[in-house]
Design a protein around this ligand. Structure first.
Ligand SMILES: C[S@@+](CC[C@H](N)C(=O)[O-])C[C@H]1O[C@@H](n2cnc3c(N)ncnc32)[C@H](O)[C@@H]1O
Length: 291
C-alpha cells in the first residue's frame, strides 16, 4: 500500500493531512491508478464500464452543489442565442440528457456520440431530438452550414487548428461553445494523498493558457474564455472513492474500498460540513462566432 519510492516521489503540500502518532510522515492512501487493472478514464473500455454501471455517461456519486452549477451556466450561454429556427449540434452528447433540455427551445437538436451504448440510452423519449452514432474524428454526415450552434460539453472540440468539420457544418455567424471539466481540488487532493495527487504549481494559469491558445487557433471570432469554479459537496465518505473509481471494474473497486474506506471515513468525518465534504471543480468555457 505504501512504499519508500511512492513516498519519495510524492510532493507533500504544506497543508497535507498528517496521521496521528507519525510525526511529519503523511500516510499515502492506496493508489488505484498504480494497480494493473486500472483503466485510463475516457477510453472505450472505461466508457463501456460506466455505461454498465450507470446506464449512460452519469456520475455515480452522491453530491449537492452551490448554484449555479457549471452546466447551468453553459446551458444559459447556449440558450442565449436561440431563435425558433435554431438548429443545434451536440458533439459527444453521451446519453443525451443535457441535449434533450433544448428540444422545446430550438427547431432541431442533433446529438452525436461514438459510443453506441450511450446513443441507445439517449434515443428513449427523444421528441424533436435526433441521436446518431458518429465518430467526430471523421467527416460528419451533415451538409455544409447545417447548424446555428455547435457545442461540446466535455466532448470533442471541432474547432482545433487543422480540423475543418466544425467550420464546415456551422453556419457563418453561428456560435461554437465548449465546456471542459479541468479537475477537482478545493482541499480534496491534500486530504487524501495517494488517492489524489496535488495539482502542479500555477495549474490554473496553465489551463488558461492552453484554452486561450486553443481559441486563438480556432479561426473563430469574438472569442471568449472563462475559467471558473463550481462548488460541490460529496455526501458520504464512499463518494470520495466512487468519484475516483467510476468507470473501473467492480473487482478493482472492491480492492480500493478494502484498502481505503476506513481511512477515508476518518478523514471525511473530520472535515465534512453540514452539506457534505466541500470540493471545487474547475471548468473552462469557450465561446466563439464562426466566420
Ligand atoms: C466526458 S463525456 C461527456 C458526455 C456528455 N457530453 C456529458 O457532458 O455528460 C465525453 C463524450 O464524448 C464522446 N466522444 C469521445 N470521442 C468521440 C468522438 N471521436 N466522436 C464522438 N464522440 C466522442 C464519448 O463517448 C463521451 O460520451
Amino acid at each position: 500500500m505504501q512504499n519508500e519510492t511512492a513516498y519519495k516521489t510524492y510532493r507533500i503540500p504544506s497543508n497535507v493531512y498528517l496521521w496521528e502518532g507519525v510525526v511529519n510522515v503523511p500516510k499515502l492512501l492506496f493508489d488505484p491508478m498504480k494497480h494493473p487493472d486500472w483503466i485510463p478514464p475516457q477510453t472505450a473500455e472505461w466508457h463501456a464500464n460506466l455505461e454498465l454501471e450507470t446506464g449512460g455517461y452519469k456520475y455515480p456519486w452522491n453530491s449537492v452543489f452551490d448554484e449555479p452549477r457549471a452546466e447551468v451556466i453553459f446551458a444559459d450561454k447556449i440558450a442565449a442565442c436561440f431563435k425558433e429556427s435554431t438548429r443545434i449540434l451536440d458533439v459527444g452528447c453521451g446519453h443525451g440528457e443535457f441535449t434533450k433540455t433544448f428540444s422545446q427551445k430550438a427547431k432541431e437538436v442533433v446529438g452525436i456520440d461514438v459510443n453506441e451504448g450511450y446513443i441507445a440510452s439517449a434515443k428513449a423519449g427523444t421528441g424533436n431530438v435526433t441521436f446518431l452514432v458518429v465518430d467526430a474524428d471523421k467527416p460528419l454526415p451533415f451538409p455544409d452550414d447545417s447548424f446555428d450552434v455547435v457545442y461540446a460539453k466535455k466532448g470533442p472540440w471541432l474547432f482545433h487548428k487543422g480540423i475543418e468539420e466544425g467550420h464546415r457544418v456551422i453556419k457563418p455567424g453561428g456560435m461554437a461553445l465548449g465546456l471542459y471539466h479541468c479537475g477537482t481540488d478545493g482541499g480534496l487532493r491534500s486530504l487524501f494523498p495517494g488517492l489524489y495527487y496535488p495539482l502542479p504549481d500555477n495549474y490554473l494559469d496553465g489551463i488558461k493558457a492552453k484554452f486561450e491558445r486553443q481559441l486563438s487557433e480556432s479561426n473563430l471570432e469574438k472569442i471568449e474564455l472563462q475559467i471558473f469554479e463550481e462548488v460541490e459537496y460529496l455526501s458520504r465518505p464512499v463518494d470520495v472513492l466512487i468519484k475516483k473509481c467510476f468507470g473501473q471494474k467492480e473487482a478493482l473497486k472492491k480492492i480500493v474500498w478494502q484498502e481505503c474506506l476506513k481511512n477515508v471515513e476518518e478523514i471525511f468525518l473530520r472535515h465534512t460540513t453540514p452539506r457534505g465534504l466541500k470540493v471545487v471543480n474547475y471548468h473552462a468555457l469557450m465561446i466563439g462566432i464562426a466566420r
